[in-house]
Design a binder for this molecule. Sequence first.
Ligand SMILES: Cc1ncc(C[n+]2csc(CCOP(=O)(O)OP(=O)(O)O)c2C)c(N)n1
Length: 576
Amino acid sequence: MLVAYRNVNQLWAFVLTETLKRLGLTCAVICPGSRSTPLTVAFAQQVPDIEAISILDERSAAFFALGVAKATGRPVALVCTSGTAGANFYPAVIEAKESRVPLLVLTTDRPPELRDCHSGQTIDQVKLYGSYPNWQTELALPAANMEMLAYLRQTVIYAWERTQTPTKGSVHLNIPFRDPLAPVPDGTDFQLDPEAFFAAVTNTFPAPHSQFPIPQAWQNCDRGIIIAGVAQPQNPQEYCRAIATLSQTLQWPVLAEGLSPLRNYADINPHLISTYDLILRNQQLAKQLAPEMVVQVGDMPTSKELRTWLSATQPQRWVIDPSDQNLDPLHGQTTHLRMSVNALEITESNKNNSPSEYLQSWCIAEAKVRTDVDQTMAKMEDLFEGKAAWLLSQTLPPGTPLFIANSMPVRDVEYFWRPNNLGVRAYFNRGANGIDGTLSTALGISHSQQSSVMLTGDLALLHDTNGFLIRNKFVGHLTIVLINNNGGGIFEMLPIAKFDPPFEEFFGTPQDIDFAQLCVTYAVQHELITSWEELRQKLNPLPIKGIRVLELQTNRKVDAKWRQENLKNFVVDSCI
Ligand SMILES: Cc1ncc(C[n+]2csc(CCOP(=O)(O)OP(=O)(O)O)c2C)c(N)n1
């Protein structure tokens, strides 16, 4: 059936959004503005097939889109007007590259004749994000003829593909529109048969499948370890099973980062080591456990102890990850295997049956340190920041999505997150480790998902309070566990903490905010938590709607001192 178009921008925007819909786009985040009118109207007309969410602040919008893309594993489109609007997408575009999340960034622009002549709200938007996108181009001006519409269709298909290949990331399309921007007749008279035109646009995207036999060298080695790094796989159980199969085949221990799904599917992995950061603080044990070979799955864990130990012991290393990025910050003797861990081919003949002494030493140390940490945390009544992570690991309802903010929250998760079988789905922005966009990303992750939780410090939350503006569009529930130590607790762990001034003013940076009042402004629920039991009760069951802040007031100086004095003492002499 032929459809008539009387406005070229409307026709162009229809082809763009319709192509995306047929490719599988389900969510577009749209920021208000005039130049983007054709796209905004076209996306609004694609509802409900494509959810269109309006968000005022572009930085917040981009992080929200990032969160939705993380949770769904699918690209999300972002739309903004011309000028500085697109520049506010920048930090999320960086994070998308670094943590490999698919985003389709659609900045709209004035046409070429209105650039470089002070026509207003016009900046150079071409290649705005430097080398961060997987691919970027400027579209041609809208034109109502079949050749140009076919070009547009093809370019959009390619852009969609490039958000996912060779590694997930962003694609930037800069899209110029001439006036009139509203869908009024502009002299165009064009007819399109959508079914014929879009017949070949489908959302099948075959994943490459090739099996890789495990190298003989791994099987011959009985001083090997597997490191399960930072990971947010789409199918965490499958991911955990693949690592467990490898671990059981080789009889190697698995050192699982706090942000690895392995900690939340503990029973799948019998040789799970969750306390390696604490174990390796003991020099003698670190030496005794020096590995000959390391298979690292995904990104390197955050732990400084682990990194220092690997640099000092220089084992032979393999990094298994399907991306095309360099994942070895230690510049070791490393081979990158560009594939998913599920693609490892393991046969019966690969199996090493008896656990080595080396494996047993790791498991004994883990059992002792784990018990010690758990007993210490269980007894602790003071509001020590680290205990929040420990408590969450045992309290959240099964399958809860959890966003963990950068700074001490990710580190406390690394130290204290207890292995469990709750299937908690941990998310984080560990690509560029920014404290920006924290609340917006968490809301994106929680949007239309199971009731969710975010663990954050006060500065990370304050950095992104514009995220609260999403509250009326947000579907679902987010509980924010706010560790309010009035400043940056992480800096208390650094040598600079001893130099005050300038420490408090330039590093500690207390903001003295009354969070109860802040929450009133956004009509967000706020509760001050004064005991661990109270927190436990509030975390399970979680409410089903709205945003809620549970504030714990802590002391960053006291807590930093606790970590500095106690983390190294968990390795008891009997481990050695
Ligand atoms: C965008 C950005 N700006 C600055 C930093 C540097 N930075 C790292 S942690 C931190 C303080 C975070 O404080 P808070 O969120 O309260 O957590 P805490 O350190 O108390 O755990 C800052 C400013 C950063 N990582 N990202």
